[in-house]
Design a binder for this molecule. Structure first.
Ligand code: HEM
Length: 139
């Protein structure tokens, strides 16, 4: 039961993550300087759903494989990748939340947007690495 909920959360989270990658990077690849219009509306709508799925998914994941690296049922490398991904998620989410209000001057808001961009690249690469590892694990 717990395993099937975990697998469902993982799949929904992965789907939301893929949509965030598409709505985040595609407008930049199309040559736009910043994310605007429907790209931003879709991105900002999916983001809270993704954040909730990450929080629930992380909780279920830690419950099933444990915090430490000893005697873990999961491949050690895959586990390290998940930890780094979860650590990257914190500056990724906080940077954009702080950049969207007027607490900081525009130079810092610009810096925060860059933190969002570079941690997003990091999360994307880590997700690819993780999927590669789990594919190898299945043989
Ligand atoms: C944690 C939840 C997230 C929230 C609340 C969020 C929100 C936003 C917002 C509001 C923007 C527009 C910023 C602006 O142009 O002023 C943005 C841009 C962007 N987001 Fe996210 N996002 C989240 C997660 C992600 C994830 C997981 C990725 C990809 C892995 C991602 C990739 C991007 C990219 C590439 C941009 C464009 C950055 C730029 O113009 O330099 N975001 N995000």
């Amino acid at each position: 039961m717990n395993q099937s909920i975990q697998s469902l959360i993982f799949k929904l989270g992965l789907g939301a993550f893929i949509l965030l990658v598409i709505t985040g990077f595609l407008p930049l690849l199309y040559g736009e300087n910043v994310q605007t219009g429907w790209w931003m509306i879709s991105h900002a709508t999916i983001a809270p759903i993704f954040s909730i799925l990450v929080a629930i998914g992380a909780f279920l994941w830690v419950k099933s494989v444990g915090i430490g690296f000893k005697d873990s049922s999961q491949n050690k490398c895959a586990k390290k990748i998940v930890w780094v991904y979860l650590i990257f998620f914190i500056p990724n989410a906080l940077s954009i939340l702080f950049s969207m209000n007027t607490w900081f001057p525009s130079s810092i808001q610009h810096f925060l947007l860059q933190v969002h961009f570079y941690t997003a690249i990091g999360m994307f690469l880590l997700a690819l690495l993780y999927l590669n590892f789990s594919r190898q694990d299945k043989g």
